[in-house]
Design a binder for this molecule. Structure first.
Ligand SMILES: Nc1ncnc2c1ncn2[C@@H]1O[C@H](COP(=O)(O)OP(=O)(O)OP(=O)(O)O)[C@@H](O)[C@H]1O
Length: 931
């Protein structure tokens, strides 16, 4: 076992993924033998440490003249001076060749210098010449630029442009640690895929064809703007003339990424490179490592992707979707398409894999279709000085301070600690994480002066202050607070430890007027984990769920950032929508409201209440004292909150007089009853009659009357005009689950909505076990639940409602008795009264499926008017579409007895019968009844 360092970051104990050496390993996946070499070495022979024990015969360096002709030769002295004599502080990282140092050349340009020891590696296997030759041949924005080289005795140096964003592998690792404050979002990962594919495509489409041979995330470097470039060409080689492959004798690469066919035969093809690239895409999608140290077997290697995704077995796509890296916040549709592409790339047979040019085109299209969100996430906003972010959870202050995201590789000069509010320091000095111990550095000839801050660093905005903790005494100085109200695990705050009852948020002393706080699982990780211990339920809360912007003039507002549903006073707030935050506003998370917090502009009140309730909970309260408000009179307090705030000017600390009327108006609009309602129906916060969108951008769109998708074209059972009008005016719909597989629970527990999508073009409702875990658990019989996908389908508004299946399980849409099977990833229109029948494994026909499990889609205000005598009987689980079998058979028979011409529109009641009638109705409908 050994500690593996990569780019200055120490990773799991155990062997680093090692290059492949002959003889080729057996069958993939998971077939690499346990006796993999333990020492990282890039080139098969000789191994570095062995070479040191048995020195190679001295040979003069070769090919200098030839290299001089193709690339610039630097003097050793210049490189040495640029790196402060190879000072440890300049080391960017180490690979199998040696180390890479950051240097500043005499002209001020920053470079990365790779030092290669030929004595240790051998001239033939160092890859030095290959790299110079290959990189000198190519000039491409997505291939690292080699500026030149140098030699000194048995040392060789490669001088590259400096890519200060670090490598992708490191970036992924850091994104997993919430404390590192370095998220790696889906749009960044997608852009990395496109960039890297473009660089590789350039190599493969050149003449002669060039092969990288070591494609992996660690060899994709990022510049400071996030552009990805392929690096490390030590193993690269070119084909002869027009040949499409090269057969090599030294089969090298990295396990987990290397194509199994290549590792068996030594035959390098574009397909083998595509395979490695496909593994990189899977790695970026899932955050899993293609190969990593196996913690359970000393010296063993775990193939996480092969184990989790089993890319060569049926169902790989669903498994990949189930293992998506939540840190990336992948949009489901994009992730699915990207996963499909990746799985094609790692297809077992070379011929079935796409070529790089295809990959580039497909990735470019995805980049266009899924552009980077217009409003930068909090992570990016942190680079803007006026938007500091403070996390004031006591636990998180114990964690290491976040690093600057754009400069993960660069050794930073010691920065003065950010100023903290004096009161906080006095009362409870925050724990400062100790600086990581530097590895012992060879003593430099002269004590080096600390590296001067780069021009880039000087130009960079002031470092954002780190999260601080507000100790108990300082809480009164906090500007805002988020108070715990209830969660799926805790009915009230008194059940929680006192310090978890309210998050206090405060700007630093030196902050300008406005500031913002990001709220979500990555920012207040410990608090969210404590509030919602169930991991499945935590998935409903985005890592960056929303951002609170505190503007001293305009007041506080909330902007939804994540894809997890956020409700404000029981009303769904679409992504990127901004709403004013009234004092006491209730903020809910997830469709099933797994958590409710209350926004407090002046947390001192909450502090007092928390203290009182803590005292009560711990039995310290005076026996004669009145019961603490928080535990006993929560409902009254919620209602009184806006009133209290209006009546008490002191509670308006930091709020401009100018905004009072607006704020009061807002408080009135979001009436106390809204909060009450949200709490009363905790399992479905969007439940309730009056749900509408908050302040929206862009403004509501007019409904298009496009003939193909207009409600009229869909042959609505309502009078055409009436339907259109209603649809145009209604933006609400609901989904109700029914069928034999549904447990007898009240309607509110098997219903999603009413909710609104229409005014937000990119707002999508996702349905599946992952998205409504509570509803599925409560409403679906366990035997059905077993077969249900985590991602079932999505509903979005695009002129009309559209449904898009996301699962490989069969799904049917039933309309007026006619069933169509929906194809995964292709969308179909959805109109009020449609049923979405879910195949649950055994029920692989629409007839059986609708009987066992289906969603009824209803647009508010367009409910079908059933004929007299044919009304749906009350469902055993409450009002709703569920019908008893006996009733269904009866009404289906009566419906069948009435002749209906296919041309003439059916009566709504008949449609309803057929769509609810079960197997017999369906078989009849296909034989002509349903048209
Ligand atoms: N041009 C560059 N700019 C900035 N950092 C770089 C540059 N080239 C390499 N590095 C960093 O230096 C470190 C070592 O890189 P190197 O290519 O030697 O090893 P590796 O690719 O990580 O491992 P191996 O060579 O064993 O596959 C990596 O962390 C990489 O991110």
């Amino acid at each position: 076992m050994y500690q593996w360092q990569h780019g200055g970051v120490a990773y799991a104990q155990g062997p680093r993924p090692v290059p492949i050496v002959q003889p080729p390993y057996g069958q993939y996946p998971g077939a690499y033998p346990q006796q993999l070499p333990q020492q990282p070495h890039h080139h098969p022979q000789p191994q570095p440490h062995l070479a040191q024990q048995q020195p190679q015969p001295e040979r003069p360096p070769r090919h200098s003249t030839q290299l001089r002709e193709i690339s610039l030769e630097y003097s050793y002295e210049e490189l040495s001076a640029s790196t402060q004599q190879w000072h440890e502080s300049q080391r960017l990282g180490s690979g199998s060749y040696g180390s890479v140092f950051k240097g500043e050349l005499a002209d001020g340009s920053e470079v990365a210098i790779k030092a290669i020891d030929l004595k240790a590696l051998g001239a033939e296997s160092s890859g030095f010449e290959e790299e110079v030759q290959m990189l000198s041949k190519f000039r491409h924005p997505n291939l690292v630029t080699l500026l030149g080289w140098a030699k000194h005795n048995y040392k060789r140096y490669l001088v590259y442009e400096l890519l200060s964003g670090g490598d992708c592998f490191q970036r992924l690792q850091k994104s997993k640690k919430a404390s590192a404050g370095c998220p790696f979002f889906w749009f960044e990962r997608l852009s990395v895929c496109l960039d890297a594919a473009a660089g590789l495509s350039h190599m493969h489409n050149s003449k002669p064809k060039a092969f990288h041979r070591d494609i992996k995330s660690a060899n994709i470097l990022l510049d400071r703007h996030g552009t990805a470039k392929m690096a490390d060409f030590g193993l690269s080689c070119s084909a002869r003339s027009d040949s499409l492959h090269v057969t090599v004798s030294n089969i090298s690469g990295t396990p987990g990424y290397a194509c199994p066919l290549y590792s068996q035969t030594g035959r390098v093809t574009e397909g083998s490179e595509i395979y490695s690239f496909g593994m990189v895409i899977l790695e970026l999608l899932t955050g899993l490592a293609p190969a990593t140290a196996d913690k359970t077997r000393p010296g063993g290697i775990a193939y996480q992707i092969a184990e989790a995704v089993a890319q060569h077995s049926p169902g790989a796509l669903d498994r990949c979707m189930a293992h998506l890296d939540v840190n990336a916040e992948w949009p489901s549709e994009l992730a699915r398409e990207l996963a499909e592409l990746a799985l094609r790339a790692v297809y077992a047979k070379d011929e079935g894999r796409p070529r790089f040019i295809e990959l580039v085109r497909a990735l470019r299209k995805l980049n266009e279709r899924f552009p980077k969100p217009s409003q930068p996430s909090t992570f990016h906003m942190r680079a803007v000085p006026q938007v500091p972010q403070h996390l004031v959870s006591p636990e998180q202050a114990q964690q290491p301070q976040p690093q600057q995201p754009q400069q993960p590789q660069q050794p930073q000069p010691q920065q003065p600690a950010p100023a903290k509010p004096q009161l906080q320091q006095a009362a409870n000095p925050p724990v400062q994480p100790k600086p990581a111990a530097q590895p012992a550095a060879p003593a430099p000839a002269q004590a080096p002066s600390p590296p001067a801050p780069s021009p880039e660093a000087v130009a960079r905005p002031a470092k954002v202050p780190s999260p601080v903790v507000l100790p108990a005494l300082a809480r009164a100085s906090a500007t805002f607070g988020l108070e715990f109200v209830s969660s799926a695990a805790f009915a009230e705050s008194a059940e929680l430890a006192a310090e978890l009852r309210c998050l206090f948020l405060a700007p630093p002393d030196d902050s300008p007027g406005n500031f913002s706080f990001a709220v979500g699982r990555s920012h207040q990780q410990k608090a969210f984990e404590a509030w919602v211990p169930d991991i499945e339920k935590q998935c409903c809360i985005s890592r960056t769920a929303f951002e609170v912007v505190c503007d001293k003039v305009a007041g506080a507002s909330l902007t939804v950032k994540g894809s997890g549903l956020v409700t404000l006073d029981g009303r769904p707030a679409p992504k990127e929508a901004t709403a004013a935050l009234r004092p006491g506003a209730l903020i809910g998370f997830g469709l099933d409201t797994v958590l409710t917090l209350r926004f407090l502009p002046d947390p001192s009140a909450a502090s007092a209440a928390s203290a009182a309730s803590a005292a009560s909970a711990s039995g310290c309260g005076s026996p004669s004292s009145p019961p603490p408000k928080r535990t006993v009179r929560r409902a009254e307090e919620e209602e009184a909150m806006p009133e209290l705030d209006r009546s008490s000017p002191s509670r308006r600390a930091g709020w401009s007089e100018d905004v009072k009327p607006k704020e009061e108006k807002e408080a009135q609009r979001l009436s106390p009853s809204a909060g009450r309602e949200a709490r009363a129906h905790r399992p479905t916060a969007v439940d309730g009659g009056e749900v509408h969108l908050l302040t929206l951008s862009p403004p509501p769109r007019k409904v298009s009357r496009d003939a193909s998708s207009s409600p009229r074209a869909l042959r609505s059972p309502m009078s055409a005009q009436g339907f259109d009008d209603r649809l145009a005016s209604s933006s609400m719909f609901r989904l109700e689950l029914s069928g034999d597989g549904v447990l007898e629970v009240p309607l509110s527990r098997r219903r999603i909505g009413p909710m609104c999508l229409r005014q937000q073009p990119d707002c999508t409702l996702f349905v599946g076990r992952k998205h409504q875990p509570e509803l599925h658990k409560q409403a679906v019989a366990p035997e059905c639940l077993r077969f249900m996908s985590r991602d079932h389908f999505s509903i979005a508004w695009e002129v009309g409602f559209r449904i898009r299946p996301l699962t490989s399980n069969p799904i049917w849409r039933l309309r007026r008795g006619a069933a169509i099977e929906l194809q995964r990833n292709s969308s179909e229109d959805l109109v009020s009264g449609d049923r979405i029948a879910l195949g649950t494994g055994s029920d692989n026909s629409p007839d059986a499926a609708v009987q066992s499990l289906c969603w009824l889609f209803t647009v508010e205000g367009t409910e079908l008017q059933a004929d007299e005598g044919c009304r749906t009987p009350p469902s055993p689980g409450g009002a709703g579409p569920r019908v008893s079998e006996e009733w269904a058979i009866r009404v289906v028979r009566s419906a069948m007895e009435r002749p209906v011409s296919p041309e003439s529109p059916m009566s709504p009641a008949r449609e309803r019968l057929l769509s609810e009638g079960g197997p017999k109705a369906k078989s009849k409908s296909r034989s002509g009844l349903g048209g």
